[in-house]
Design a protein around this ligand. Structure first.
Ligand code: AMP
Ligand code: GLY
Length: 416
């Protein structure tokens, strides 16, 4: 099977690493890829948002399966274009990816199915939004939706913070805002493969969103993760499948937009009850790294089954193991940071399936690895215990000589 993966982060490196190990994989191409991916696959320059260009490339290269890593091509309708061209694709249609791209859409699906989530209200009028937060008081959560999306989420501890967030969002003409009840509890992510009809859980994870130790500092894309998440017990998993995931998939099918791909289920868990925080229409980064480390070669069989509507007969072969990922980022990330520093020590690492260094923003220049962005490396370990996985991940970190980089030293603290 010839496989094309779209993306160039550590998430896609982890997908490529797992898929490459499966004997069914013949040619593996990753676009655009990165320096680490280049060691195990062909890298190709492609505009990931140009569905026609991706379809042409896939056709020219006799690609049998396209795996879409990031959300941007999904939001741009690339999966739809590829399916129209007769290609097998892992990743939801643009209409089904609304579960990630529109907070209002997801809340409407929750309302239609009765899935437990935070109470919410949608506003396109600033005065009404201000009146709502003043009436509700803090803590309260303010989220951008529609045109203003990308400016993110404010968990406002005070009314002043909530008002400042609304000021910022409504500065954009046409802004749409979702205001939510503040939920307390422990957060965890749960990953489910979907083929439009059937669903198969493939693991749980917890990530660390803040930049610095002790969960201090600004929010990032994720500074580390581990799997499994102890809080996602079998009982909670069964509850989430029954009350949240399966009803959502049934509602998506009923609307004529069946969901196919991986569904990232962000949860808040308190007192034995799980509520939905958000969906994403793709693997998380760095959550994917720990999931792939645990799944290994079977990831390709599972992904192929999801893309082919054949999940019903599939099962996951679980080892009783743990994986942990430490993200190494350029100093200054998630704020301004300089690119172009040299990362040394990556060549001397052991080739060991329990200790794997995934690359994100890296490129090769001469014989050197150059940091080309914020999150640069994912140092990952797998072990019989979380402590063992963590020791392996931090041993990789210690072997990297990169003064311009930093990482957290406490990944996994909550579970250890
Ligand atoms: P989202 O982009 O919707 O996942 O929100 C980002 C983060 O904000 C989540 O991972 C939570 O930590 C937090 N968050 C979002 N919504 C809520 C809520 N209703 N209550 C408490 N925290 C929330
Ligand atoms: N690590 C969070 C995300 O990928 O959205």
């Amino acid at each position: 099977m010839n496989i094309l993966i779209l993306g160039g982060g550590a998430r896609e490196h982890a997908l490529a690493w797992a898929i490459r190990q499966n004997p069914k994989c013949d040619r593996l191409i990753v676009a655009p890829g990165n320096a680490g991916i280049g060691d195990l696959a062909e890298c190709a320059a492609l505009d990931l948002l140009d569905g026609d260009a991706v379809a042409r490339f896939a056709d020219d290269n006799a690609v049998d399966l396209v795996v879409i890593g990031p959300e941007a091509p999904l939001a741009a309708g690339v999966s739809d274009r590829l399916r129209e061209a007769g290609l097998r694709v892992f990743g939801p249609s643009r209409a089904a990816a609304l579960l990630e791209t529109s907070k209002t859409f997801t809340k409407e699906v929750c309302d239609a199915t009765g899935a437990p989530t935070a109470g919410w209200a949608h506003f396109d009028d600033a005065a009404a939004a201000f009146a709502h937060v003043r009436a509700r008081g803090a803590p309260i959560v303010v989220k951008a939706d529609g045109l203003a999306a990308g400016k993110g989420v404010t968990v406002a501890r005070t009314l002043a913070e909530a008002e400042a967030a609304l000021d910022a969002l409504f500065a954009t003409p046409g802004a749409e805002v979702v205001i939510e009840e503040f939920m307390t509890g422990e957060e965890a992510s749960f990953f489910v493969l979907c083929d439009g009809t059937d669903a198969l859980p493939i693991g749980s994870a917890q990530d660390h969103k803040r930049a610095f130790d002790g969960d201090e500092g600004p929010n990032t894309g994720g500074m580390g993760a581990y799997s499994p998440a102890p809080v996602l017990t079998p009982a909670i998993e069964a509850q989430v499948m029954a009350r949240i995931v399966r009803p959502t998939l049934a509602e998506m099918a009923r609307r004529g937009t069946p969901y196919q791909g991986v569904l990232y289920v962000g949860l808040m868990i308190a007192d034995g009850q799980a509520r939905l925080v958000e969906y994403n229409a793709r693997f998380g980064d760095p959550e994917c790294q720990v999931l792939m480390l645990r799944l290994g070669a079977q990831a390709l069989d599972l992904i192929e089954a999801a893309a082919s509507g054949r999940l019903a007969g599939m099962r996951v072969n679980w080892a009783d193991d743990h994986a942990l990922c430490v993200v190494m980022a350029t100093r200054g990330y998630p704020g301004e940071h300089a690119n172009g520093s040299s990362v040394r020590g990556t060549g001397a690492l052991p080739a060991d399936p329990a200790s794997v260094l995934f690359h994100a923003a890296t490129r090769r220049e001469g014989g050197q690895i150059i940091a080309a962005g914020g999150r640069v490396l994912s140092a990952c370990g797998r072990g019989e215990t979380l402590a063992e996985a963590r020791a392996r991940a931090y041993a990789l970190v210690a072997a990297i000589d990169w003064p311009e980089g930093f990482c957290r030293s406490d990944i996994g603290w909550r579970a250890l």
